[in-house]
Design a protein around this ligand. Structure first.
Ligand SMILES: Nc1ncnc2c1ncn2[C@@H]1O[C@H](COP(=O)(O)OP(=O)(O)OP(=O)(O)O)[C@@H](O)[C@H]1O
Length: 258
């Protein structure tokens, strides 16, 4: 079930370097939110703070509060592995397990969670591949390696793998940046469809993509190198792209900087 994500005064550090400062935003369930802004403003850092991936780096830490439907995901009692299962992530480069079959790629997370019954795995694989708009292309070669698919198909396979465990939130870090325009449109169609079931947060450098797929857009920026990234403006996508409230947002989306 899709859940609401709320960040309050979030700071994230790499050692002593503060990469983002005071980020607060609410992301409603079953919406798509785009994170945009110039390189180095902390979009990926913020995204990785949301599923506690940031802290896997040595000396990296997060301050502030991040909740999933009111539950603080940084609470001492929270199981980090469970957080990462509930908040799935799709990366820039498609990263299927290369020697694993298409089928095994999709059900890898379910198996890790202890699901062993063949009929359950088969049903979940078909459902996830259908949801990822990939079923028709792979249904006759489920036992072939995932690495044999095209880049766009591999990315849809990674999305199928992510949604197979029924996460509550799906994070996507520039999921189309390694793809051609046709594969990019296929992923955008998919994102639109998946928001019926999940809360989706996507980092993108592509303004048209943000405008096409998202309901809400968050614009991040930095004052100068070495300063932390900040959330400058967060609003309905239509407003951000037609009539932003802050001059810096307008300058960025019209290509005057960044
Ligand atoms: N592993 C790391 N160690 C130290 N500093 C890092 C690390 N990863 C990122 N940073 C720094 O944190 C800041 C924010 O980086 P981040 O990757 O979150 O920005 P971004 O907005 O996603 O950039 P891009 O659009 O180029 O991907 C940058 O100054 C970056 O150099």
């Amino acid at each position: 079930m899709a859940k609401r994500v709320e960040a309050t005064n979030v700071n994230a550090f790499y050692g002593s370097f503060k990469a983002i400062e005071n980020v607060s935003m609410v992301v409603e369930p079953k919406t798509v939110t785009a994170l945009i802004g110039p390189s180095g403003c902390g979009k990926s850092t913020f995204l990785r703070s949301i599923n506690r991936m940031h802290e896997v780096l040595p000396n990296a830490r997060v301050e502030g509060t991040l909740t999933l439907d009111q539950e603080n995901i940084y609470d001492k009692h929270v199981d980090v592995t469970a957080v990462r299962r509930l908040i799935g992530m799709v990366f820039q480069r498609p990263n299927p397990f290369p020697t694993m079959s298409i089928f095994d790629n999709v059900v890898a997370g379910l198996k890790l969670n202890g699901v062993t019954k063949k009929s359950v795995l088969k049903e979940a694989a078909e459902k996830s591949l259908r949801s990822a708009n990939l079923w028709d292309e792979v249904k006759d070669r489920l036992e072939k390696p995932g690495a044999g698919l095209s880049g766009g198909q591999q990315q849809r396979l990674c999305i199928a793998r992510t949604i197979a465990v029924e996460p509550q939130v799906v994070l996507m870090d520039e999921p189309c940046s390694a793809l051609d325009p046709i594969s990019t449109l296929a992923i955008e169609d998919l994102i639109f469809k998946l928001k019926d079931r999940f809360t989706i947060i996507i980092v993108t450098h592509n303004m048209q993509q943000a405008a096409r797929v998202s309901d809400r857009t968050a614009f991040f920026s930095i004052d100068k190198t070495g300063d932390p990234g900040r959330l400058i403006e967060y609003d309905d996508t239509q407003k951000i792209f037609s009539n932003p409230s802050v001059k810096r947002t307008e300058d960025y989306i019209t290509g005057r900087f960044g």
